[in-house]
Write a protein of this length. Structure first.
Length: 459
């Protein structure tokens, strides 16, 4: 009997090694190698009908000017937030990976798409739930599901493709890629080799038939999508569904998109009947207050091409223990520490004995540097116990020398603040060029140094 061929794979990035390694030389993670069978099953039946097709004629290189281009054909899903994140709808033959924490709502989002999409035959393949469980969830989401939605509970790619040939769906949803197994690989479902092989088969199917395919993916404890890193390279689009399970809001974020802009963002509200689209996030992310409170400042931020106004909250108090605490929720802690250093060095505020807590309201994580100024204003507001007017907002980056730096798409931020009734927005003076101030109803104050802002706000 022939010896079974095995190899060791890094569960974090998919790096392959002939022997076990304590540290992965590719991603530098420790204790991530597992042994897997890599020998292909010679008796396995081909999974997709084109696997047995005769060899195609040899491809020849073409001049780029001789290639006939055609506009990409997009299919609207009926979900405006999803269409926005995808760049205007589903592109034919695209392979889309959706990752997120367990219980965050990935399956609900995809099932909701399947149930509400009218006029398009959709096949929802689940390897995690039974038909009865999916039916119970469907009844909670909608009372009138689409007649063109089909449910299949199967994990074998061979059997899935048999049903696809019979049904000929226009959209395919796989829940999840880690539960599938291919007869070509003699390893367990969810292993690096199985995930890679199953994705390759689905990619070939999507490209040859023009059928859009959604793949739901699990994530690791570090927040990365489980499986080999090549999985993210193989697909056309990578979407991250994130949020705090203790908050009602969920964010669909585009990490990679070959057919649209990356870093786009869609916002949903989790309700008992499923996910509801949030068309104007600024209105729900801003707290309605009866009185002015210290430690709060409003930032005009941008996610992708979408302007939003969001509340930053800070609390500065005397450290009860020897070492002061530094904690940020929804904001990079290292960047917060950098901004605190700017305050001490450039403005003379002594915060070395103070606890500093920062929170971005709504459970949203922000990476836009334009929120820097609002963070500093919120911290000083709490430290001085002086409230900032709720009619003021801020849109500027802060440099290490205390300068107020320009940010991109400033007019979109100003227009959003104007639409929501703000009276004053503080921006960098380097953003003033080309702005028609007269067309806005709010006052635009341009500053160049952090000291100027403090003088205007706190006197």
């Amino acid at each position: 009997m022939a010896k079974t061929k095995t190899a060791y794979f890094c569960q974090s990035c998919g790096y392959e090694s002939a022997k076990w390694l304590g540290k992965c030389p590719s991603c530098n993670q420790w204790n991530t190698f597992v042994e897997e069978i890599i020998e292909k099953n010679p008796t396995a039946v081909p999974t997709w009908k084109n696997d047995t097709a005769p060899a195609r004629k040899l491809s020849k290189p073409s001049k780029v000017n001789d290639i006939q281009s055609s506009p990409e054909r997009r299919m609207l899903t009926g979900d405006k937030e999803l269409d926005r994140v995808l760049g205007g709808g589903l592109v034919e033959g695209s392979l889309i990976l959706i990752g997120g924490e367990p219980g965050i709502g990935k399956s609900t989002l995809m099932l909701q798409l399947a149930l509400n999409l009218k006029g398009k035959k959709l096949l929802y393949v689940s390897g995690e739930e039974s038909e009865q469980q999916i039916k119970m969830r469907a009844e909670r989401i909608t009372e009138s599901p689409s007649a063109d939605c089909y449910i299949l509970t199967e994990t074998s790619t061979q059997n899935i493709f048999k049903q696809i040939e019979i049904l000929e769906p226009e959209i395919l949803v796989i829940d999840s890629i880690q539960t599938l197994h291919s007869a070509h690989i003699e390893s367990t479902p969810g292993s690096v080799s199985q995930v890679r092989e199953c994705t390759a088969e689905l990619l070939r199917f999507a490209k040859e038939t023009g059928t859009p395919v959604f793949l739901i993916g699990h994530i690791t404890k570090d927040g990365a999508i489980a499986g080999p890193k090549i999985l993210e390279h193989m697909v056309d689009t990578v979407l991250q569904f994130e949020g705090d399970r203790h908050h009602v809001y969920r964010i669909l974020r585009s990490i990679k998109n070959r057919f649209g802009a990356a870093a786009e963002l869609g916002i949903y509200e989790m309700q008992g009947s499923g996910l509801r689209e949030v068309s104007n996030p600024s209105e729900i992310l801003l707290t309605q207050r009866d009185e002015e409170l210290s430690g709060i400042a409003i930032a005009a931020m941008l996610e992708g091409a979408r302007p939003m106004l969001i509340e930053t909250q800070a609390l500065v108090s005397t450290a009860a223990y020897g070492t002061p605490q530094r904690s940020a929720t929804g904001f990079d802690t290292k960047r917060m520490n950098m901004l605190l250093a700017v305050l001490e060095k450039r403005c003379g505020f002594r915060l070395s004995t103070q606890d500093v807590f920062l929170n971005i309201a709504g459970g949203i994580r922000v990476e836009d540097p334009a929120i820097d100024l609002a963070v500093l204003i919120a911290i000083i507001s709490s430290h001085q116990d002086i409230a900032v007017s709720s009619k003021n907002c801020f849109a500027a980056e802060v440099g290490l020398s205390g300068e107020i730096r320009a940010v991109n798409r400033i007019e979109q931020r100003i227009a959003e603040a104007d639409k929501l009734g703000f009276e004053t927005i503080y921006i960098s003076k380097y953003n003033l060029k080309g702005i028609n101030i007269e067309k806005y109803n709010l006052e635009i104050k341009a500053v160049s140094k952090i000291e100027e802002v403090f003088g205007l706000i706190f006197g």
